[in-house]
Ligand binder design. Structure first.
Ligand code: ADP
Ligand code: MG
Length: 369
């Protein structure tokens, strides 16, 4: 069992910098959990406390049934993969793969068999007799992955492992890693993953669940679908999704959202969903959920980006910059007119309390972890 629990986990660095503010998180055995958030939000610090590379200054890390706070990394049943690969430069690939097993006292035939296995899975057989400097970035990352895999750990810890690769290689490595995770699970191997990234595409495509962090705190923990459809707060709403969700400041008055000289009737369904009626509110609508419609909100088109099958319309709505994504054919009906009308689809609207950022329009239970 390699369930991982973080209990009131805190980190205060020397000099008094509080990096992690009491995090609680329960990661299931075999789950692929992604930590995502902007640079400096303490993803690495949290991961390194799980790994045993950083002292825990408050709270607990539990792996399986064991509190590991005082165990060295080698006793935690974890393997870590770093952004910079961290291969031993003077050892060939074969030696790099063998290293951990040699230390653990495995026999030569056992080690050779394990290397063959891992090399086959990761398709690095032709590279076994090369030195790290003779590898491309993608090859080196596969070797780093192999070095983790060969240890058969209960928990894999990844810290931005794909950041040094170009976009195409990143995309193929994403698939390789998630496939590998699925395969290990299917073989009945306990393979819990904690994967750190600042890249929302990686988070959305790889995670069973995603833990969104900001400034050493958890903003929301949920499946990719729930994060996208039911963001718990303004931070998550703005962080997940591309182009970013439009977050439009205004006021709730009666049954409408008022922005400048225009008002948007919210409709019975939305009004029924509101758990609060903050006077200062923020309306959230994804660019994909704004459609051209004559009775929509009036905006001034400032710029159009042609993306192929769709066009990103940049517009000014009562002094607020917004983006709408429309089909190319639809865009071509616009002509050169500077004024456009955009109607949000009511079921995809969100209302946030401006004062604390909370989504006050969530259906009950919809954003549960
Ligand atoms: P992330 O991985 O999300 O980019 P980090 O975990 O590296 O963030 O850093 C979280 C916070 O802790 C940052 O404010 C960073 O400056 C601070 N920090 C990281 N390492 C140290 C350290 N060794 N000493 C003091 N502060 C640190
Ligand atoms: Mg980091």
């Amino acid at each position: 069992m390699a369930r991982v629990q973080l209990k009131n986990l805190e980190k205060v660095y020397g000099g008094g910098v509080k990096a992690v503010h009491g995090i609680n998180l329960d990661i299931d055995d075999g789950e692929f959990m992604v930590f995502v958030g902007p640079s400096g939000c303490a993803k690495s610090t949290t991961l390194r406390m799980v790994a045993g590379l950083e002292e825990i200054t408050g709270g607990e890390v539990v792996i399986g049934d064991t509190r590991v706070n005082d165990l060295p990394p080698g006793k935690r049943s974890i393997a870590m993969v770093f952004q910079n690969y961290a291969l031993y430069p003077h050892m060939k690939v074969r030696g790099n793969l063998a290293f951990g097993l040699k230390i653990a006292g495995k026999s030569k035939p056992e080690i050779a068999a394990a290397i063959n296995d891992v090399a086959r899975i990761l398709e690095i057989e032709p590279l076994l007799d090369r030195l790290p400097k003779q590898l491309s970035g993608g090859q080196a990352q596969r070797v780093a992955l192999g070095r983790a895999l060969i240890k058969k750990p209960g928990v894999f810890l990844f810290d931005e492992p794909l950041s040094n690769l170009d976009a195409k290689l990143r995309a193929s490595m994403r698939v390789r890693i998630t496939d590998l995770h699925r395969r290990l699970k299917a073989e009945g191997l306990s393979s819990t993953v904690i994967y750190v990234t600042h890249d929302q595409t990686e988070a959305m495509t790889m995670g069973d669940r995603i833990c969104v962090m900001q400034a050493g705190r958890i903003m929301q923990v949920a499946t990719p679908k729930v994060l996208y459809n039911h963001p718990a707060n303004l931070f998550v709403a703005g962080f997940i999704g591309s182009p970013e969700m439009n977050l439009i400041e205004g006021h709730l008055t009666g049954d409408s959202f008022v922005l400048g000289s225009q008002r948007l009737a919210l409709g019975a369904d939305m009004l029924g969903r509101l758990s609060a009626r903050p006077a200062d509110a923020v309306l959230g609508v994804r660019p994909q959920h704004l459609a051209l419609a004559p009775d929509g909100l009036q905006a001034r088109l400032t710029h159009a980006e042609f993306m192929g099958h769709e066009v990103y319309l940049h517009a000014d709505l009562e002094g607020r910059k917004i983006i709408a994504v429309v089909g190319t054919a639809e865009y071509e009906t616009l002509g050169r007119a500077g004024v456009i009308h955009l109607r949000p689809t009511p079921e995809h609207l969100h209302v946030f309390d401006k004062s604390d950022g909370r989504n006050v329009s969530l259906r009950e239970g919809s954003c549960a972890a």
